[in-house]
Design a protein around this ligand. Structure first.
Ligand code: SF4
Length: 312
């Protein structure tokens, strides 16, 4: 059997806390769920829904909404919160842009979310491949909007620019946690590099919607969350998602606590007050959860904002 996280073998075991009653995945076993599964399997695609063991999979797949994981299933980073396999990845699949494009067509997606593992082994971090997947997907699905949920392309210079040049409708990069926890939770990443990436994406293309996500329950304080909101706002991020961290195994970063649903509401109010165009905050919010409906909301909010500014 393949060991999913070889780097965590010698880590101490952190017992998993029992989930509260408000963290329950919806059990929907619809035909649509199996159709999504069939299309994903037939095209030999990877999804973050499966690889990260997402609690929303039955709900999302029942709406034919799957988030594609490109550039393989093996990540070169070893984040302490993530369940995606770590190790040495295989070479890129040159046919992947066509496979993704074809799956988006078969699923008849209105909004496609494409994400990837970190590929620190590649000179450009996989930016060109990401670009090619976006371009090919758009070519065959002209009515589908595209959300690119990218790695940080750390130490890969300006390689990320090619992803933005492919003009995804949403450029999404998750900040994940507060800066004081980066060393433990995201040891291979840098908080300010992630912020810079989001800021630069907006600088390069003002029309692009930028989006970022934060997990809570890792041991951060409320003040630290508010500071991250301020930092993301300064980077002109449009859309913020906030969800509960769920500890994937005893070898992962220990869960500090489960936030109450009311606390997610409070965080939403704070983030809205700071001026984000859209905020999604709930225990089961994930970066790609309800991404299609939220994209429609983003478009409407921008139109309303532009109208209000022109009247003012
Ligand atoms: S929330 Fe995102 S990752 Fe989870 S099942 Fe839905 S689409 Fe997949």
């Amino acid at each position: 059997m393949r060991i999913r996280h070889p780097e965590k073998i010698n880590k101490p075991a952190n017992p998993i806390k029992k989930k509260p009653e408000w963290i329950r995945s919806k059990l929907i076993n619809s035909q649509e769920f199996f159709l999504t599964k069939t299309i994903v399997n037939q095209n030999k695609l990877k999804t973050v829904c499966q690889e990260a063991n997402c609690p929303n999979i039955t709900e999302c797949w029942s709406k034919r909404h799957a988030t594609f994981l490109i550039m393989g299933d093996t990540c070169t980073r070893a984040c302490a919160f993530c369940d995606v396999i770590t190790g040495k990845p295989k070479p890129l699949d040159p046919l992947e842009p066509y496979k993704i494009s074809s799956a988006v067509k078969k699923l008849n997606l209105k909004h496609a979310v494409i994400t990837s593992v970190d590929r620190d082994d590649l000179d450009d971090g996989g930016a060109k491949h990401f670009h090619d997947v976006i371009i090919e997907t758009r070519k065959n699905n002209s009515n589908t909007t595209i959300e690119a949920l990218t790695p940080d392309f750390l130490r890969k210079g300006d390689s990320y620019e090619i992803v933005i040049k492919a003009k995804p409708d949403v450029f999404n990069h998750n900040i994940e946690t507060v800066p004081s926890l980066y060393r433990k939770v995201r040891p291979g990443s840098r908080y300010f590099a992630s912020l810079e990436l989001l800021k630069n994406a907006k600088k390069i293309d003002k029309n692009i919607f930028t989006k970022s996500g934060l997990m809570v329950g890792l041991g951060e304080s409320k003040n630290e969350i508010l500071q991250v909101m301020d930092d993301l706002k300064s980077a002109e991020v449009d859309f913020l998602t906030i969800g509960q961290y769920l500890q994937p195994s005893v070898k992962h970063h220990p869960l500090d606590r489960y936030y109450y649903p009311e606390e997610f509401e409070e965080l939403k109010v704070s983030a809205k007050a700071k001026g984000f165009l859209l905020v999604s905050s709930s225990p089961l919010t994930r970066s790609s959860y309800h991404a299609d409906e939220d994209f429609t909301k983003l478009q409407k909010k921008r139109i309303n904002q532009t109208n209000a500014q022109s009247i003012g």
